[in-house]
Design a protein around this ligand. Structure first.
Ligand code: GLN
Length: 311
């Protein structure tokens, strides 16, 4: 009897090696993510691996090196709860509370859009323009800042004065925490609708018209967002839904920017892959010049830039 118990315990222990735990979690995630919303790019093995490394406070290299070791019970308990959260639709970055963007770790979680690698194109575009301006610590304003990833990255990468705004106070609390954690406390964060907080401060003489406005506004068509949310998409609809054709905020932003930019100032907007020609038209109709599209690494239109010349 005792012998049987011992061997059963040993079996149970054997099953708790990192290798076996990872395999079981991958199978569980493969089953429950099979029904995830389209576009979420399910990667059950990678998710299971990253979450196990996170629960065990290891790098993935350390985890591979420990493949034949037993997973300690407290780590196993935490891991199972991470895997359950992932099965319930929480993104890995919400569970880890971190997403890397432009080489820095940003705090993320429910209530804020997870930074996407595509948005690094927007940052690159702003950095190029700052370099073109050659010094003088230009003012850059980042609209729809969310986690603050664009504003904080620009502030850390170049000598400039950065302000940022968002209509969500919840998102701004992530942005402010990120500014503290990433040593970018000079960035001022304002709450308000699109460029209203900037316009008010320019009118009141508290700030100047920015040489550059960057924005990653909500640009997904409402019906697509409704579909995603119905199927349990965890990010805030507020950060995604851009009206019937996805162009509602892009169009408003272009018109509002014209009232804030000084002569020669630039507006740079992240757009959806199929919104290039329509966005160029909106820029041109609003009187912007030098309108150009920048493609992402997947060769899709991703950023639209225009320059404002005062008439
Ligand atoms: N790029 C995001 C997505 O594809 C959308 C971000 C946005 O609407 N600004 O989900």
């Amino acid at each position: 009897m005792t012998g049987m118990l011992t061997s059963r315990n040993m079996d149970r222990k054997t099953d708790n090696r990192f290798r076996s735990v990872l395999r079981a979690a991958t199978d569980r995630l493969r089953a429950c993510l099979a029904d995830a919303p389209a576009g979420s790019g399910e990667t059950p093995y990678l998710d299971a691996l990253v979450l196990l490394a996170h629960a065990a406070s290891m790098t993935s290299e350390q985890l591979f090196a420990a493949f034949e070791d037993q997973v300690p019970d407290p780590v196993l308990a935490e891991y199972q709860s991470f895997v359950s959260d992932r099965c319930d639709g929480a993104p890995v970055s919400y569970i880890r509370r971190v997403k890397e963007f432009f080489g820095r770790d940003f705090l993320v979680g429910p209530g804020v859009l997870v930074p996407r690698p595509d948005t690094e194109m927007l940052v690159e575009s702003a950095l190029d323009e700052i370099d073109r301006l050659r010094g003088g610590s230009p003012h850059v304003h980042d609209c729809c800042t969310g986690s603050g990833c664009v504003a904080i990255t620009i502030a850390r990468e170049r000598d400039c004065t950065v302000t940022a705004s968002d209509s969500s106070e919840e998102a701004l609390s992530y942005a402010r925490s990120n500014a503290v954690a990433l040593d970018a406390t000079s960035v001022a964060f304002w709450n308000g609708d699109l460029l209203a907080p900037l316009r008010t401060r320019i009118a009141g003489g508290q700030t100047t018209g920015p040489a550059i406005i960057t924005a990653n506004p909500p640009y997904v068509a409402d019906n697509e967002v409704d579909h995603l949310i119905e199927r349990g998409w965890p990010e805030p609809a507020l950060a995604l839904a851009g009206g019937q054709d996805g162009l509602l905020f892009i169009g408003r932003l272009i018109r509002e920017a014209a009232a804030c930019l000084p002569d020669g100032g630039c507006l740079m907007v992240e757009i959806g892959a199929d919104q290039g020609p329509a966005t160029v038209r909106l820029f041109e109709e609003a009187g912007f010049g030098e309108v150009s599209l920048i493609r992402d690494l997947g060769d899709r239109d991703r950023v639209c830039n225009g320059r404002w010349y005062r008439r």
